[in-house]
Design a protein around this ligand. Structure first.
Ligand SMILES: NC(=O)c1ccc[n+]([C@@H]2O[C@H](COP(=O)([O-])OP(=O)(O)OC[C@H]3O[C@@H](n4cnc5c(N)ncnc54)[C@H](O)[C@@H]3O)[C@@H](O)[C@H]2O)c1
Length: 268
């Protein structure tokens, strides 16, 4: 959206958890000059993050940009409305876009612009370029995480306990990125981001491994297409605040925010 040159960019953060609290703290410390946090929105009381906690409507009245780091439901319920108000939106819960109706609504909305953060992985720039040259013929990701972080509400007690207690690596999911993000909404945003980048959520073959020895969360990506062959492995330390999330993600969000507000730093 247009704002007078030199005016601060006002940011509302939805989700004051592991990612959101770090993003607010970094913005308050001046990480992005000229970008100021004005509100945090959360379904629970998040305590004192140094900015007012407001309801969504009140926060939108004050914001030029919304940073979502809450969950898929926020994108499904509010993304189009935010964009239609002319507010730009940075999406962390990329898995929401695996639902074709949500993706269509987000794409159709505006004049606000939306971008997705690369979040926990890298290499998306080259995969995006490769997919533009010609369709990818193979895209695979194997994600390995600590078992307790993969327990889901739909698991029965016995399955959840078996998962928590596993002493060896065990495959808990194999399927495409669309199913992956539905079944593990907070754990497989990376799979969804790959799906978005290559333009086909169903093409991304996802394996999720629970490994009690996984001190680092690992994403091993392999892709192939007309443009070439790619293989890379990312190993991130889990966030101390939320072991489902990698500690690097708030910094990825801040990088994406810098690009969205027109103040990119370095490689884009
Ligand atoms: N793109 C990536 O690589 C990546 C990586 C990790 C997490 N994520 C996404 O970011 C989200 C946040 O991660 P986190 O580690 O900060 O989680 P968290 O659980 O620590 O914090 C999430 C916060 O959002 C709030 N919240 C949830 N639903 C809400 C709603 N509908 N309205 C308002 N507030 C709501 C919660 O109360 C909580 O305070 C995850 O759910 C996930 O979808 C993306």
């Amino acid at each position: 959206m247009t704002r007078p040159y030199g005016d601060p960019v006002r940011v509302a953060v939805i989700g004051g958890g592991a990612i959101g609290a770090s993003v607010v703290a970094a913005l308050r410390e001046g990480r992005l000059p000229g970008v100021v946090p004005v509100a945090v929105v959360d379904g629970r009381s998040v305590g004192d993050l140094g900015v007012p906690q407001l309801r969504l409507e009140a926060a939108l009245d004050q914001a030029d940009v919304v940073v979502e780091c809450a969950g898929q439901s926020v994108i499904a319920q509010s993304a189009a409305d935010i964009l239609n108000r002319g507010i730009d939106l940075l999406i962390s819960s990329v898995g929401a876009l695996a639902d074709p109706e949500v993706a269509a609504a987000v794409r159709a909305a505006g004049p606000g612009r939306f971008v997705l953060t690369a979040g926990a992985i890298g290499g998306l720039d080259i995969l995006s370029s490769a997919a533009a040259q010609g369709p990818m013929t193979r895209v695979e990701v194997t994600t390995t995480k600590l078992p307790a972080t993969l327990v889901q509400p739909w698991m029965d007690d016995a399955d959840a306990e078996r998962l928590r207690a596993t002493t060896a690596p065990v495959e808990v999911f194999h399927g495409n990125a669309r199913e992956a993000t539905r079944m593990f909404p907070r754990s497989l945003n990376v799979a969804a981001t790959l799906g978005w980048v290559v333009g086909d959520f169903d093409k991304v073959d996802v394996r999720l491994i629970a490994d009690p020895a996984a001190d680092l969360t690992c994403h091993h990506v392999r892709a192939e297409g007309e443009a070439g062959r790619y293989s890379f492995e990312i190993r991130n330390l889990p966030s101390a605040e939320n072991p489902r999330t990698s500690g690097v993600v708030p910094h990825a969000v801040l990088r994406s925010l810098a690009a969205l507000v027109g103040r990119p730093t370095g490689v884009v």
